[in-house]
Design a protein around this ligand. Sequence first.
Ligand SMILES: C[S@@+](CC[C@H](N)C(=O)[O-])C[C@H]1O[C@@H](n2cnc3c(N)ncnc32)[C@H](O)[C@@H]1O
Ligand code: SF4
Length: 378
Amino acid sequence: MGVIEDLRSDRLLFSPGVYVHTPFCERVCTYCAFSVQVARLDQVAYYLDAMTSEYQIKKSLLSRPPRTLYIGGGTPSLLDGDLLRRFVLSMKLKDLDEFTIEVNPESITKEKLDLYRRVGVTRVSLGVQSFDDEILRFFGRSHDVRTATKAIEMISRAGGIALSIDLIYGAGPESDSSWEKTLSALTAVVDRVDHVSGYALTLERKTKLSVLSKRSQGASSSVVQSDDTLAQRYFRLSEVLEGSGFYNYETSNWSKVNAESRHNLNYWVRGEYLGVGCSAHSFISGERSANAFSMARYLAKIARHEDPTEFRETLSSEQELLEGILLGLRCAVGVPTASLRHVPAVVEDLVCIEGEYLTLTKRGRMLADRVALELLTS
Ligand SMILES: C[S@@+](CC[C@H](N)C(=O)[O-])C[C@H]1O[C@@H](n2cnc3c(N)ncnc32)[C@H](O)[C@@H]1O
Ligand code: SF4
């Protein structure tokens, strides 16, 4: 397993990474708790200039030049091409191993893809979420299945850019047959896709879905499926993807060999990264920090020439150990057995030992937190 083996011998292979947060969306989806707002075009140039200033100040904190860049959001594909190009060029990044941009089906065009290639994008992450129009409406998405399928075709025809798609399973109205419909549609396009992220729907505070869930007191299954159903959805997704040549290299991520997200792998092995923009997180010299969550607060701080960081923490060695075990378990890299005192009998069925590394079985992946605690406390 190429990259995974390489990471075991050099944990910092793709370190450092830079994350750039774009907080603009066409509308806010019912489940989404990210720092986002409906785009006001007059704010975009100003916000990108603020991030340019922040990056120029903070890049010197990194121990080495960045190896990966991830422009996420929000909806980066809403950004005007010229503004995006100016922003990326201002970062003067060279020799990146990977450059990802998140795009939404309704705002990606051939012209934008062309520009992405010219500024060095190597990978696009497309928010498909579901191949069932009823579920897309429940999610309040701005696209339908036809638009998503056309976007997949357009990106794959453009060539030269790896394609990842995001799916969310377990919405209340998603019946077994609706999920099978999504899986069949996925199978029909899977040759054009290099990577899939599949997330269980999470009910986040202050989202439209959390309000809906409170209103339907007790009937929360109308919003999110039960844990058992979520597990079944996960196993079916894994089965379909593994049948098409993908492997489950992190709990929620499947890829073809060598199409893993290097930027995200760096997070999971606790490599160094710098986040710029509102709500962005960083991990540098053992300190984790986060910027002001709201765009307004972030912009106000930058305008006053203040550091927009509003949260800092350095983990105790005990917390570090737990985090290392948890992240290692979620990922195919695994946990070095040398770092464990012993493997308690209660988790034996949930783990496997491959050489000097302990990883989770498929069932174990559903119980990663429990396994981590058992490994740490036994
Ligand atoms: C940073 S978001 C935004 C990407 C892009 N704007 C989009 O929506 O297509 C990345 C992914 O997180 C997932 N996500 C966001 N909120 C979620 C939630 N409450 N439950 C499960 N997955 C979620 C979605 O699959 C989404 O595509
Ligand atoms: S899921 Fe994506 S498009 Fe929807 S509100 Fe969140 S960031 Fe925006």
